[in-house]
Design a protein around this ligand. Structure first.
Ligand code: CA
Length: 233
């Protein structure tokens, strides 16, 4: 595989240097953009594999960059935000970002996010998520056409809501989905009570997926933000 090309969008030079030094020593190629305008130009002219995007840019909101990129591309976008900006992360995810990193982050965290994103990228390139009739992830199998899900040989006994949740997460494997996104897709609405029910349904679904015979973690909780189905290796 060719080296993965990362577009680093960050106006803060020390952070940008930390990121690019890390990328350089771990066999990634990169291009940099210090603001949103430059980011949009570089994204369209170089077609990067992944965008690392700071949300607080001098010329425009990082979320605007996501909105514009999403009009022509599905490439993975990892947003970088300051700790106080939980609502910003949620907005960014709802606008189509795939994942996020919170400042200050370690080199290990950055590399872990990139590895996970590369896995998602590989999956997006070999399969067409959402169009395949069977989804496989570790021991988990979802047969969309038949409306059944299996863990190894065993069919999972899921309620209609649990099944809907599982399908939604399977179709977006590797991506952090916000509470609002999930409740809108599963219940068709999004009010506070839905998030509480979501938590309950997610807990029962997880109990059915993460059994003693299969210790894989399929569902990751992002407190205050949402959930993600992890791609099991
Ligand atoms: Ca910034």
């Amino acid at each position: 595989m060719n080296k993965t090309l990362i577009l680093v969008v960050e106006d803060d030079a020390p952070i940008r240097n930390l990121i690019t030094t890390t990328l350089k020593t771990h066999d990634y190629k990169y291009i940099i953009a210090p603001n949103g305008t430059c980011a949009l130009m570089e994204a369209s002219s170089h077609n990067p594999d992944i965008i690392l995007l700071d949300l607080g840019l001098p010329d425009m909101d990082g979320v605007e960059v996501i909105r514009q990129v999403r009009t022509w591309s599905n490439l993975p976008i990892i947003v970088i935000s300051a700790r106080s900006e939980d609502s910003d992360k949620i907005e960014a995810l709802d606008c189509g970002a795939d994942d996020y990193l919170t400042k200050p982050f370690s080199v290990e965290e950055l590399l872990a996010r990139l590895r996970a994103t590369k896995r998602r990228l590989a999956y997006m390139q070999t399969d067409t998520p959402g169009n395949d009739s069977v989804f496989t992830n570790g021991l988990l199998k979802v047969d969309f056409a038949a409306g059944c899900a299996y863990l190894g040989e065993n069919e999972l006994r899921l309620t209609p809501i649990e099944y809907k949740l599982l399908c939604l997460m399977a179709k977006n494997v590797g991506k952090v989905l916000t509470h609002t996104y999930i409740t809108q897709n599963v219940w068709g609405s999004s009010w506070k009570g839905d998030v509480a029910s979501l938590r309950v349904f997610m807990a029962t679904l997880r109990k059915k997926l993460e059994t003693e015979s299969d210790s894989s973690q399929y569902i990751q909780t992002h407190i205050g933000i949402g959930y993600r189905m992890l791609k099991v290796e």
